[in-house]
Design a protein. Structure first.
Length: 236
């Protein structure tokens, strides 16, 4: 059984919010998307991706890793199709990260640089791998973590929903213990707030709603240059 909470905020610079999230405990699905393409295009892409993923999983006869993969593929096709049908939506795309309950495990899939973090026995780790130039190419040429965090291409995606014809999905599975916490978030949070601060907030003696508020507040205090989304799950 998972307890859940979520919050999104436009941040301090942008008027619109191109992030979108879905929390569906009835089907054990939790999703975050960070749209791109500007204003209406980004908002449309993230909403379509989340809604298509939720709809596919809700209607699936079983909920497995393959189900989640197929849901992402459907979301990809949907965003590509809608983008091709309207000039003002051309070039839109979105990140997508999702957690699906399956028996005693949690299944995780991701595209782009929205992340899943796990707080387990007081230690925080990043579960997903960012599909960005800095993460995939920067590491190959030997850039260290400090240089990667400040690299000018750290936000340049190598993969996104609705952008390339071929979709590359990263998949993971987790076994949680009671008290473990998962954080799904857009880069408006993890790209703005230091991991030490995220760790400190997740360890607080507070409700999940309060922790979401603290995370959003931390990103805004750091300048809030991007839209900010946080979804928290706790194993009961």
């Amino acid at each position: 059984m998972l307890e859940s909470a979520g919050k999104t905020d436009p941040g301090c610079i942008r008027k619109n919010n191109e992030d979108f999230f879905g929390i569906r405990p009835d089907i054990g699905l939790y999703v975050v998307a960070d749209g791109m393409g500007g204003a209406q295009a980004g908002e449309t892409a993230s909403r379509l991706a989340v809604e298509t993923t939720v709809d596919f999983v809700a209607k699936a006869p079983e909920r497995t890793a393959e189900t989640l993969k197929q849901a992402f593929e459907q979301a990809h096709k949907k965003v590509l199709s809608i983008a091709a049908s309207a000039i003002h939506l051309n070039g839109m795309g979105t990140t997508l990260v999702a957690v699906l309950e399956h028996a005693d495990q949690l299944l995780v899939s991701s595209v782009g640089d929205s992340r899943v973090y796990l707080l387990h026995r007081g230690a925080l780790q990043v579960i997903t791998d960012d599909q960005t130039w800095a993460n995939e190419m920067g590491r190959k040429i030997g850039l260290d973590e400090e240089r990667l965090r400040s690299h000018p291409m750290r936000h340049v995606l190598t993969m996104a929903i609705g952008v390339e014809a071929e979709l590359r999905i990263n998949s993971y599975h987790l076994d949680l213990e009671p008290g473990d916490i998962l954080l799904l978030c857009s880069d408006g949070l993890h790209g703005t707030v230091a991991p030490e601060m995220i760790h400190e907030i997740l360890k607080k003696d507070a409700t999940l709603d309060e922790k979401c508020n603290y995370l959003i507040e931390a990103a805004r205090k750091a300048g809030g240059p991007d839209n900010i989304t946080a979804v928290l799950l706790r194993k009961q």
